[in-house]
Design a protein around this ligand. Structure first.
Ligand SMILES: NC(=O)c1ccc[n+]([C@@H]2O[C@H](COP(=O)([O-])OP(=O)(O)OC[C@H]3O[C@@H](n4cnc5c(N)ncnc54)[C@H](OP(=O)(O)O)[C@@H]3O)[C@@H](O)[C@H]2O)c1
Length: 306
């Protein structure tokens, strides 16, 4: 089976077709994209939202997973409100650290396999080259710290039964994300100011889902990185969103977008100023090749339009 858009970005052997797969965090933007992706492949998955299973509740987790007996668990559940986490660290830690700890214990005991999604926010942003999976972590925020704790539990408790897949700047046609916020503001406002001194890579959940499908075919262990290709500032991303939205008829006219420094837009949580992730190990391990983020953006907007 070849899943591809333009350049055959992921060669997937579909070894997962006879495996039982559970998706956690199924109502989030990645969870919804994964459901759509596997449905299109005619792959049965059990998709559990928070109302079906709170991953921080170990008793419930053991009962639910015990009944389902999955071979593969994809954990897309997380507390993702980065600024809110600064004053809500208990809830952030429950979802981002305790939940992955319970999952890691379970997969180790059952000898199943966990694909756990993590974030570029585990890094400080002081690097001047893309971060490799082995680079030193040093999160700046409560969100980043709780996500790192989750990673460490997974690595420590289920080293041979898990993959931690870090990604960055995730957006999709679903839920709330930078793309949707920009489209709304561009329709409502006369001008926008957007930060231009934070550098990273926008990542479409569509490309991320292709990478995850490739990963569950091979079930590698350790830590890998996945983002779309290329780099951008939030300002670059906003300008590209506006250009593409006009091209696709989602916006009628352009408004001025002004680049500003982070210091002019203070937020409760500090964010890394540079969080580009090195994907070389992932490309080698999964034979999965990222598309440029601008190409993915056009693709997501086409879905958004539909
Ligand atoms: N969004 C980004 O820019 C970004 C960047 C890098 C990495 N990531 C990582 O990518 C993964 C997917 O993120 P996303 O953007 O799809 O997030 P999302 O849209 O916020 O979805 C997360 C889902 O997890 C659920 N959830 C929260 N706490 C839970 C719990 N205790 N038990 C079960 N479910 C729970 C949420 O439910 P409720 O809505 O009901 O709380 C939500 O449906 C996460 O691991 C995130 O850390 C995201």
């Amino acid at each position: 089976m070849v899943c591809c858009c333009v350049m055959r970005p992921c060669l997937s052997r579909a070894n997962h077709m006879n495996k039982k797969i559970v998706i956690l965090g199924a109502n989030g933007q990645l969870g919804r994209t994964l459901q759509q992706h596997f449905n299109a492949l005619d792959q049965d998955v059990v998709a559990l939202g928070r109302q079906d299973l709170d991953i921080a509740d170990e008793t419930a987790l053991r009962t639910t997973l015990g009944d389902l007996a999955p071979d593969i668990i994809i954990n897309a559940a997380a507390y993702t409100a980065v600024d809110q986490a600064e004053t809500d660290d208990l809830d952030a830690r429950a979802a981002n650290a305790a939940g992955p700890k319970h999952l890691a214990r379970w997969v180790k005991e059952q000898n199943s396999w966990l694909l756990h999604i993590s974030t570029d926010f585990v890094f400080s942003g002081r690097s001047h080259r893309p971060y490799t999976p082995d680079d030193q972590t040093d999160p700046l925020s409560i969100y980043g710290r709780t996500k790192l704790e989750g990673e460490l539990h997974v690595r420590y408790l289920a080293r041979d039964n898990s993959l931690v897949l870090r990604t960055s700047w995730v957006y999709s046609p679903y839920g709330s994300n930078f793309l949707k916020t920009m489209l709304r503001l561009m329709a409502e406002k006369d001008s926008l100011n957007v930060v231009d001194d934070q550098i990273g890579t926008p990542t479409s959940t569509l490309g991320l889902a292709r990478c995850i499908a490739a990963a569950i075919d091979r079930r590698p262990v350790g830590i890998l990185h996945w983002t779309d290709a290329g780099v951008a500032s939030w300002y670059d991303f906003a300008v590209a969103i506006q250009d593409e939205a006009i091209r696709q008829g989602l916006l009628e006219h352009a408004i001025p977008i002004k680049p500003i420094p982070t210091s002019a837009y203070p937020t409760p949580a500090r964010r890394p100023s540079f969080s580009v992730l090195d994907k070389a190990d992932t490309i080698a391990a999964l034979d999965c090749h990222p598309q440029h983020w601008q190409r993915e953006l056009a693709h997501v907007m086409q879905q958004f339009k539909r």
